[in-house]
Write a new protein. Structure first.
Length: 345
């Protein structure tokens, strides 16, 4: 790999992490807007950071890696280029009606697009039909990390540096934290939901997220659909239009990153988006997995499994333990609707 290829790869990874707000390769990614000064970053970056700089701007003299770009990613319809490769910024509602021609960042432009997103999530929850705009592999959902961890307080990892010293968090950038110094902004842990500030009132956002505690699982399911290139009607995902159990004993939601149970033409499949592992399961094992993921405790999962399979509780407990150890599934988390509101408030 030559130096140009290495820079292109670094830029693509950094831009992805800045868009999603989910750090992986880099600790933080700073996007300096055209007309803004890179001097704002002085003393605030580390070798583990990346700075995305306009091609015409002066360089950054800190230890962070730098990548040059042209264009912008601010208003709907904007395009940002890393060399010859570009990415377009699109509104969530419009993305459902336009032809996706290349890499596209989809964001919530206003309250209408936010509520459209929630409506689509509800539809997927009840029917298993996911929005095509989000399941297109070329599409990235802006500020996804804020939705995955809305109440968790974290130091910002995706920072927008605007003209006049304005500092914003995430793609939306409306969560500008006033005229404070960048070092102060970076030092203060903030709830992820603040990256969505400006789309709707903070009170409404918190209430919406509290009513949809399963959104992180939904977003992970979308990544599964992309990974497996699933089409509507081909396979169904547990928790989205289909439940493998109807015993009325569920008291939990599966953890957001837990493997997914699918019903396919070939039978039951367990797909792990973290390890990329897939395996066929006998029907009885699929029931054990489902009982475990939708129970808050191993004891509850064992009781349900015993009733479902007509076996002793002790034997059912052993099966649940085997599923946890061999299949990397876990008991789920109880849904408390006030959790997000309490944590953010």
């Amino acid at each position: 790999m030559n130096a140009t290829d290495d820079t292109d790869l670094r830029g693509a990874r950094a831009l992805r992490e800045w868009v999603t707000g989910e750090p992986r390769e880099y600790a933080r990614v700073f996007l300096v807007e055209s007309g803004a000064s890179a001097e704002t970053l002085h003393g605030c970056t580390s070798p583990d950071d990346v700075v995305l700089l306009p091609a015409e701007s002066e360089g950054h003299d800190g230890p962070a890696q730098t990548v040059r770009y042209t264009g912008s990613l601010d208003q709907i319809g904007d395009e940002l280029y890393l060399g010859a490769r570009g990415v377009e910024l699109q509104d969530y509602i419009a993305a459902a009606f336009v032809q996706i021609l290349g890499p596209t960042v989809v964001r919530f432009a206003d309250a209408a697009s936010w509520h459209a997103f929630l409506d689509d999530a509800e539809l997927a929850r009840h029917t298993g039909v996911f929005p095509t705009a989000l399941t297109d592999p070329r599409v990235l959902l802006a500020d996804r990390g804020a939705l995955m961890h809305p109440a968790e307080r974290r130091r910002p990892s995706a920072i927008r540096v605007g003209s006049g010293g304005r500092i914003g968090i995430g793609v939306h950038g409306a969560s500008a934290v006033g005229g404070g110094q960048l070092a102060e902004v970076l030092a203060e842990p903030r709830p992820g939901v603040l990256a969505l500030d400006g789309i709707a009132s903070e009170t409404d956002l918190i209430a919406d997220l509290a009513r949809h505690p399963w959104l992180p699982r939904y977003l992970t399911a979308i990544e599964l659909v992309k990974m497996l290139r699933l089409t509507d009607g081909e396979s169904t995902i547990a928790g989205f239009g289909w439940s493998p159990l109807a015993d009325g004993g569920s008291d939990a939601e599966p953890l957001s990153a837990d493997p997914f149970l699918l019903r396919t033409p070939d039978g039951f499949v367990l797909a792990d988006i973290t390890t990329l592992r897939r395996q066929l399961l006998p029907p009885a094992t699929a029931m054990v997995v489902a009982a475990t993921q939708t129970s808050t405790t191993l004891a509850r999962a064992a009781d349900r499994t015993a009733r479902l399979l007509g076996i002793a509780v002790q034997d059912a407990r052993a099966l649940c333990r085997q599923a946890i150890q061999a299949l990397n599934v876990h008991p789920g988390s109880a849904v408390h609707r006030s959790t997000t509101a309490e944590a953010v408030g």
